[in-house]
Design a protein around this ligand. Structure first.
Ligand SMILES: Cc1cc2nc3c(=O)[nH]c(=O)nc-3n(C[C@H](O)[C@H](O)[C@H](O)COP(=O)(O)OP(=O)(O)OC[C@H]3O[C@@H](n4cnc5c(N)ncnc54)[C@H](O)[C@@H]3O)c2cc1C
Length: 732
């Protein structure tokens, strides 16, 4: 089936004609970008688009469900290219639940991580198991040592250290290796656990660190595409000029002034350039005259084909109900307990010739171990929050274990195998593009969806196809090193400056470092029992501002100190609120005083981020509640700028009626109000570790108080606090 060239599709198409071969995420991203400025023809051999973005429409008693069996989860921290695509397409996503269970029939151990104590002690006997306690205590040490290895200079012997050697050197217990490390690596990479121990530790840790998995707290919030990943596939396809389904490309021939693409029916079409977004062996197979380097590199990137079953057989889940999680690792009793010995003593596994050289594999999701090996079962009902009581499961590697009567569908997925040789070859991938042919695919990175999307972007960029920005870019969460300055101009001049740190966080993905750094609703506007996101949304709604439709529309970013070691104080916290289209819908500036009161101001800044609002709360003993604030809260970039100037205070007569605008911008600097006091915060984005941010709020409070005492000692007149102070004026 093919779709004829479409008239009136979105995006402006120039005279260039581009072919994209393969409609996985890599091809779709390249095609989407190219379609903004060129005429695109997308070829797909299969009878559906999407590749590993594979949504099954299953008829159930509760109605039709859209169940993802390939690509399932992503997050807002480490999938920027995919998210940019989703934002342009208006694709909605929703929070998922990422938890991992381990059930080991060989040792009888069952537990789940990320589900709290109930999951960790799903078997009550674990409370009395010294080995279980030891494993739990070894986890933070493993994280610490792994981060230290990453911090070590590259180009040293640390680069070649295998995971096995790393565990051996650290003296980790056999139980820890068997019940924590192997399941973690096997579930993320769906690989044979013993094999994974032979892989370079730094490579694995880089991925785990990148995805927030090298810490007990602080993992990103994982999300799924609302309605299944097929939603975004359909949205991309709807914006392309031409889609040729069930049209397998058999040959690509590069000419001096173009490229000829021939499909299975023998039809040859001429294009200006082509993106080949299939797996490497297919790409090599279609090149009519591959260069030596193309042949060498593409042939060194093996893939394997594996079976995945969509079914409802819950026998694949742990028997302890509290141990059931989103991802479920199962090791059968027959699987040899290779790591029951100390990690170092299990070296004999690595010396098995069948695990050496090119057979030493670490594979992407979907790898099928031998019969009797481990299985990984995804619980899609849980991951996608499907509205049903039936558990819809996808099992990789356990075809013989699943009751055939429960099988809904059977899929074959091909995915990259990672060997030391393939990792070396992949470093040369950027060199194999030519003037008119660019290659893309998740194999250009770690094999995940973001890798595919990023490679599609890189291929389009190589062919000079720009990704014109159609949506604003939302600020990236992060930490900032800041300088805070308070300047008082009357009745005498006095400045005070100190350095600190501040976080910029996405309210849908709040970092959680436990007692060290956590963002809690009780420290900000609204109800303590609600979430921060709900409280800001309610405040916006009361003020007539909506971020869009759906359960959690738009994005809200907050600049604030976290609660740390039981203390939280933010003289000012700022919430930048963006609607579904990425447009700024308003900024909430929340002011706190040291008496425990707070007040939220909603402002609508101008292009420079400037706005004005009447002062409404008693903040400092040296000022009343008269006057107004000029605030500057530009959208953060790699700089964070927040400035507040108190004007009109004590000089209210200076202030004309036309100067007063509630939140309207543009008059700063033109008013006649005096500015007895101003405060500014200037921040620079920084990779400072969480440990360096601990106590920043406590230090800030102490400095503000000390400064107040200094001013009081110099007889700065004190303004009495109003009789009926409020805790949360501005919030209903
Ligand atoms: C079970 C499973 C679960 C996963 N879960 C996640 C997850 O939760 N999160 C995540 O980030 N990643 C996940 N991944 C990994 C990720 O989704 C994939 O690696 C990625 O989507 C691959 O994208 P791709 O474009 O490189 O290839 P593919 O999606 O495989 O697309 C290649 C396309 O090319 C087509 N093609 C091949 N040859 C030709 C030809 N000659 N002519 C025309 N078309 C051709 C194929 O039919 C296919 O549609 C998962 C993978 C699997 C298998």
């Amino acid at each position: 089936m093919s779709r004829a060239p479409r008239a009136g599709t979105t995006g402006s198409t120039g005279s260039r004609r581009i072919a994209v071969v393969g409609s996985g995420v890599a091809g779709l991203t390249a095609a989407w970008i190219a379609s903004r400025t060129a005429h695109v023809t997308l070829y797909e051999a299969d009878d559906r688009l999407g590749g590993h973005a594979d949504t099954h429409r299953v008829a159930t008693p509760e109605g039709e469900l859209a169940i993802d069996t390939g690509f399932i989860v992503h997050n807002r921290r480490t999938y920027p290219t995919l998210l940019r695509l989703f934002a342009e397409l208006g694709v909605e996503t929703q929070p998922s639940e990422m938890s991992l269970s381990v059930s080991d029939a060989g040792t009888g151990v069952e537990y789940a991580g990320a589900l709290g104590p109930r999951g960790l002690f799903a078997q009550r006997s674990s409370l009395r198991s010294l080995e279980h306690w030891r494993m739990l205590l070894e986890i933070p040490r493993f994280h610490r040592r792994a981060r230290a290895l990453l911090a070590a200079t590259t180009g040293t012997s640390a680069d070649d250290q295998t995971l096995r050697d790393f565990l051996d050197e650290g003296g980790f217990s056999a139980g820890f290796v068997r019940h924590f490390v192997e399941p973690l690596v096997a579930a993320v990479w769906s690989c044979d656990p013993a094999t994974s121990l032979d892989y370079p530790a730094r490579y694995l840790f880089t991925f785990l660190e990148h995805h927030g998995m090298l810490a007990v707290f602080g993992s990103p919030e994982w999300r799924t595409v609302t309605g299944g990943s097929g939603t975004y596939v359909a949205a991309v396809a709807a914006g392309l000029q031409e889609v040729r389904l069930e049209t397998k490309v058999t040959s690509v021939r590069e000419l001096a002034d173009g490229v000829e693409v021939t499909d299975g029916s023998g039809t040859t079409t001429r294009f200006d350039a082509v993106v080949i977004a299939t797996h490497p062996s297919h790409a090599l197979g279609m090149l009519e005259s591959p260069t030596d380097l193309q042949r060498e590199v593409l042939a060194a990137l093996p893939y394997s084909s594996n079976t995945a079953l969509l079914h409802t057989d819950t026998a694949l889940l742990p028997s302890a109900p509290d141990a059931r999680a989103s991802w479920n690792f199962h090791r059968p009793a027959t699987e040899p307990a290779k790591s029951q010995t100390q990690a170092g003593r299990s070296r004999s596994v690595g010396s098995d010739p069948s695990l050496r050289g090119d057979d030493r594999r670490v594979s992407r999701p979907g790898a099928r171990p031998e019969a009797g090996g481990v299985t990984v079962t995804y619980d899609l009902t849980r991951l996608q929050r499907l509205p049903t009581r039936t558990r819809y499961l996808v099992t990789l590697g356990g075809e013989h274990l699943v009751d055939p009567a429960t099988v809904i569908d059977r899929m074959e997925y091909e995915h990259p195998l990672y060997t030391p040789a393939s990792v070396a070859a992949s470093r040369r991938l950027p060199e194999i593009n030519t003037t008119r042919i660019a290659f893309a695919g998740a194999y250009h990175g770690w094999g995940f969806h973001e890798d595919g999307a990023r490679s599609g972007l890189a291929a389009a960029t190589h062919l000079d196809l720009p990704w014109a920005r159609t949506t604003p870019v939302l600020p990236r969460p992060g930490r900032f090193e800041t300088t805070i300055r308070h300047t008082r101009r009357s009745p005498f001049r006095r400045s005070f400056e100190h350095r600190s740190t501040l976080w910029l966080v996405d309210l849908d993905d709040l970092p959680d470092h436990g007692v060290l750094a956590r963002f809690e609703a009780r420290d900000h506007l609204g109800a303590t029992e609600a979430t921060l996101r709900n409280n800001v949304e309610s405040f916006l709604a009361v003020n007539g501002v909506s971020l869009g439709e759906g359960p959690r529309p738009g994005t809200i970013l907050m600049a604030a100190h976290p609660r740390s070691l039981g203390h939280c104080f933010n003289p000012i916290s700022v919430f930048w609120c963006f609607d579904d289209q990425g447009r700024q819908a308003g900024v909430v500036v929340e002011v706190h005083n040291t008496y425990g009161d707070r007040h939220a101001y909603l402002v609508h800044p101008d292009e420079q981020g400037r706005a004005r609002t009447d002062k409404a709360m008693y903040v400092s003993p040296f000022h009343g509640v008269d006057g107004w604030y000029d605030v500057a809260v530009p959208v953060p970039t790699d700089r964070l700028d927040i400035a507040v100037t108190l004007r009109g205070h004590d000089t209210a007569d200076d202030r004309t009626a036309t100067d007063r605008t509630d939140g309207a911008a543009g008059t700063a600097g033109t008013d006649r109000g005096s500015a007895p006091f101003s405060a500014s915060l200037v921040g620079t984005r920084s990779d400072i570790p969480v440990s360096r941010t601990i106590g920043a709020a406590l230090r800030g409070t102490a400095l503000i108080r000390a400064h107040g005492i200094w001013l009081w000692a110099r007889r700065l007149p004190v303004r009495p606090r109003p009789q009926s102070p409020h805790r949360q004026e501005g919030v209903t």
